[in-house]
Write a protein that binds this ligand. Sequence first.
Ligand code: ACO
Length: 311
Amino acid sequence: TTADLETEFDRIVQSDQRIEPRDWMPDGYRKTLIRQIAQHAHSEIIGMQPEGNWLTRAPSLRRKAILMAKVQDEAGHGLYLYSATETLGVDRAELTENLIEGRQKYSSIFNYPTLSYADVGVIGWLVDGAAICNQVPLCRSSYGPYGRAMIRVCKEESFHQRQGFEMLMTMMSGTQAQREMVQESVNRWWWPALMMFGPPDDRSPNSAQSMAWRIKRHTNDELRQRFVDMSVPQAEVLGVTFPDPDLAWNADRGAYDFGEPDWDEFMQVVKGNGATSVERIANRRAAHENGAWVRAAAGAFAARTAASEKE
Ligand code: ACO
């Protein structure tokens, strides 16, 4: 009976075992996973654009090769995540439609423009740093295909984060103009990076249920705090500051106090009114439409192969 299936589902989740595609799961669990994993996949794919913007202008062949590899890794992450979503009974074509029709979200962070080359380093350091902070606990997510996809994603993200930090270290030991370029970039990205963790816990409608299902392992605010605590010492090593007058060590809490991100701005960006929201979707749509002949050719080839195997 459904009650038995539910008991078994709860037992698996509560004992920290994995729910697999063949297992029974409540409808809400499936829907939540599709929502979160699809958003995550879309973020990886849209996330190729801000950095891709600097591919033709990287200052050396070495930096260009690194950036190209990094952007390709993001495409790979998107593909593992679309595959994980497909195990829940939706297909990638449908998810892509949802993205380009604006029916599904992607991370707010990718709706900001990359105005200087320093942004490439700052995205690696702070944006990929925030992504790791959020995603390492997702390796233990209760849904098997998601948790397993996260392991490789996190390994690659750590490499990206170090790559960004190394690039910024190089710039910080360069000229005064380079140091200023890094600081200016940090000023623009700090608050949007904090927003990546989602709304504050008291305004996060999905957190409680997702934590109960062990899809999420920590709340948005817990992870945001962890990210601040991890980033401050790194900023000191780098020689940059964060644009927050309220940022201060709190010895009682053993953590940094920090100011409130602009949640109105966050809501606007999430609604699709970010500085580059329209451009990001237009680019994605154009890439999809330009790829139609490839999908048609691959489909025709697969059909012919299947037919000749039957003969
Ligand atoms: N950008 C866009 N939308 C967001 C963001 C954000 N930074 N944070 C929250 N939201 C949306 C949620 O998707 C939700 O909307 P929905 O119900 O229409 O889907 C709404 O705001 C309310 O938020 P929560 O109730 O807190 O939602 P949730 O429990 O899903 O938590 C979080 C949000 C933390 C982002 C979670 O979905 C998550 O951990 N996702 C996986 C990580 C991820 O997607 N990373 C992508 C960026 S990292 C990268 O690609 C480099």
